[in-house]
Each structure stands twice: as C-alpha cells, then as structure tokens.
Unconditional design. Structure first.
Length: 454
C-alpha cells in the first residue's frame, strides 16, 4: 500500500533523520565529556527521532488498539524527551546541581500534572502543553545565553538562538491555524535545529579544548625541556665537581692519612696533629657537600606541604640554626621587623632562609659594620622577600649563573662553600610557584630575593 505523506509529515521525518544524526554524535562523545550531559542529549534526540520517524507512518493501515498504544507510547516518549533535554542542557551549561535525575523527574512530573489537568479541561489541553514546552525552551535558551557570556567562543550563543526560535515557530503554527497533530510535526523542525545547534557547539567546544590542550602540552614540553637542560647542565657540572671537588680532597686525605702514621712513628706529634686537623677539615667539607647534594635532591622532588607560617618567626629560627654553624652572636647584625605571614612549607622555606642568610653573613663578614636586612613587599598577587647585605657584592653580568648548581663566583677568594645553596633556594621557591633573583654591584653589597604567591 502506497503511503501518502503530507508536507508537514515529510518535514517531521526529515527532522527525525537530523535528530538521529545528532543523537549519534552525542552518543559518540558522551564518554569523552560526561560532565557535558551528552548521554542525556543522546537519549533526547534519539527518542525524538524515533517519534518523528514512526508517528507519521504508523497510522496508515493500523488498528484502533494499535493507534491507542502508539499514542500512549509517543506521549510517554515525548515527556521523557523533555525531561532528558532539561537535564542535559543544565549539565551542558555547567549546572550540575540539583542532579540530572532529580531535574528529569521534576520535568516529567510537571508534564504529568499538565496531562491530568488537560483531562479535566480538554479544550485547553494543547495550549497548556505547548505553554509548558515553550517556557522550558525559553529557560534553556536563557541558560545557554548566560553560558555564552561566561564561556565566549564555545558555541553557547548558537545553542541559545536555536532554543529560542522554538517559540516563534510554534506561535507561527498557531497563527496559521494548525491542528495539534500537525503542530507537533511542525515543532519537530525547531527541535531538530536545536539539536544541530548543540551538536555544532559541541564540536566547537571540543576544538577549543583541543587547542588549549595543544598549547598546554607545548608549554609542558618547553618546561620539561628546560628542566632536562638544567639537569644536563647540572650533570656536566657534577662531572667537573667529582673530578675536582671530590677527587682532589679525597686524594689529599689519602696522602695525609699515609703520612700521619709516619709522623706518629717518628714521635713528631705536632706534625701529626696538623695532618689530622687537615684531614678533619677536608672531611667536614665533603660531608657538607654530600648534605647539600641530598638537600638539592629533596628540594627538586619534595611536594610542599603548605601552612600558615609567620615569616618573622621563621627568620629567627633560621638565625638560631646559623649561630650553631657560624658562632654565637652571628645573627646580631640581621634586622627583620613586621614581616607578614606566608602560606608555604615551613621546613623548605626555612632552608631557603638559612641559605640566603648564611650567604649574606658570609660575604659581609669582612665589612667594617656588617649589616643584613630581611624585608618584604607585596607586588600584585605575589609577596617579594629580599635579603640585603653590605658585603663584597658580585658582577651583575654573572647573576644568571648564580642559581645554577656548583657555581661559585667567589670560590677562590677565601669563601668556602659547595655552590649548591642557591640552587637549592631556586628549586624550593619554584616548587612553591615563585621566582628567585639577585641584584648587586661589586663592593656594594647584594640583594637576593624570592617571591611567593599571596
């Protein structure tokens, strides 16, 4: 039997194919972005496609009982479609609360109330249903419009326009006097266009996310490359350090330890004492070097445990520690007042201050009146903490190498050190999301600073 379709029924079937295509797209990407509610939208447009493809064809040659069942199933699916659409669009526009199942249930309940009300007033049944559907489309269009302002360029504005156009198209159907069945077929067109709008926006959002991911990946690759270059530079410095800073003292200690017994056998205790003193001194230097290398490794890999830390209190703790290594009263020339509270890892930040204050005390020790100041200044959203001294300073052109491992600008000027202290400072500060730097002129002191996020 030849099935003759009206012009509007043909539109409904065409809309059904469009909705089926949109449902397939949403189904394809639902697992990739579950937070967007694409699973709900896949059900929405899949069920709508089933209604629009089957409803115009089933009445032909069907019995009365089959028509009644078809009408009930179509009504149930239609209510479910609207419930899933509201739940899906709310998730799509970043409105996860209340949960989608609760939103779905409330929407279905609203349509059940309308159906029961329509049974009592059949003359206004179609008007009540269409008013509720129009109100929901206006609400969802408003959500999409607000999302377009919050997330420009993601396609939400197109979704809002497609949802809003449902209302004038249905009003146009009323204006032309379409009956309820024909009006339902007619309304499938804006519904399908809404599906196309959401599908297009989904592709746009995925494209934007892919671009952001590529940019983030490039930045991560650049950061990782920089880290690897730093590691390579550190390893090259380490090779030189092993051949010079370790091999030389160890060879000297072996030679001294071989001579010392001969001095004891000859009864020259004074000479033996000098030899053992030299051995002890070199052993202490090597122990300090190994300790600094372990500290550098911890600073590179340790994850900061942030807490509120009064900076004045932490500076005083660092000075108490330095008095053990530099002698009692070493911190008397250090001034620090009214420093703020910071949010950082207490142990790691103490190590930063110990290294910076230790350097300042060491390089200002030959000044007539040694003076070290710890000051802070808020710059935008960061806090800048500076340690200033009036020591020998350094050539500013060499400041770029200061924070590299095993770099010592004054290693041959009678200032001992392993060249790892400032490298440790840099690693710890960077782990906190800050930066380090230094300013100086030869003979005019130096200022070492670091920043921390406020």
């Amino acid at each position: 039997m030849m099935i003759e379709l009206t012009f509007v029924e043909g539109f409904a079937i065409a809309a059904g194919f469009v909705q089926a295509f949109a449902a397939g797209v949403f189904l394809r990407f639902r697992c990739a972005r579950p937070q967007w509610g694409l699973g709900w939208l896949a059900f929405t447009f899949g069920a709508a496609a089933l209604i629009n493809l089957a409803a115009p064809v089933l009445p032909y040659g069907s019995s009365t009982s089959l028509l009644s069942i078809t009408k009930l199933v179509s009504m149930a699916l239609g209510i479910g479609v609207m419930g899933a659409l509201v739940a899906g669009i709310r998730l799509y526009t970043a409105h996860p609360r209340p949960g989608p199942w609760l939103v779905f249930s409330l929407t279905v309940l609203a349509y059940v109330v309308v159906v029961l009300w329509a049974a009592a007033a059949p003359r206004t049944a179609a008007l009540q249903s269409n008013l509720l559907t129009g109100a929901l489309f206006a609400y969802l269009g408003g959500l999409s419009w607000r999302a377009s302002r919050r997330e420009p360029g993601a396609g939400h504005l197109a979704v809002a326009l497609m949802l809003f156009q449902y209302i004038p198209m249905v009003l146009a159907g009323y204006w032309f006097g379409l009956d309820q069945v024909t009006l339902r077929y007619w309304s499938s067109i804006p519904f399908a266009l809404a599906g196309l709008g959401i599908m297009s926006a989904t592709m746009g959002r995925l494209h934007v996310e892919l671009q952001d991911l590529n940019e983030t990946l490039e930045n991560r690759v650049m950061d990782r490359t920089k880290e690897l270059n730093d590691i390579i530079a550190s390893l090259e410095s380490f090779n030189g350090m092993v051949s010079h800073d370790l091999k030389g003292p160890l060879g000297g200690m072996v030679g001294l330890s071989n001579v010392a017994p001969a001095a004891l056998d000859a009864g020259d205790t004074e000479r033996a004492r000098r030899l053992f003193t030299a051995i002890r001194h070199e052993s202490a230097n090597l122990a300090e070097l190994v300790s600094d290398m372990l500290a550098l490794a911890r600073a590179t890999h340790a994850e900061p445990v942030r807490q509120a830390v009064p900076l004045d209190e932490l500076v005083q703790e660092s000075l108490n520690f330095l008095e053990v290594t530099h002698g009692e009263g070493a911190g008397r020339c250090v001034c620090h007042h009214d420093l703020p509270q910071v949010h950082a890892d207490r142990g790691l930040l103490r190590q930063v201050l110990v290294n910076l204050l230790g350097n300042a005390l060491k390089f200002s020790s030959h000044a007539q009146h040694p003076c070290v100041k710890v000051v802070s200044q808020q710059v935008g959203q960061t806090l800048r903490v500076s340690v200033q001294d009036n020591g020998i300073g350094f050539d500013p052109e060499k400041s770029a190498t200061l924070f590299q491992p095993f770099q010592r600008l004054h290693g041959g000027a009678g200032y001992e050190g392993t060249g790892l202290g400032l490298a440790i400072v840099r690693r710890i500060v960077e782990r906190h999301g800050g930066q380090v730097g230094a300013d100086s002129q030869p003979g005019q002191g130096a200022t070492f600073w670091f920043t921390l996020p406020c």
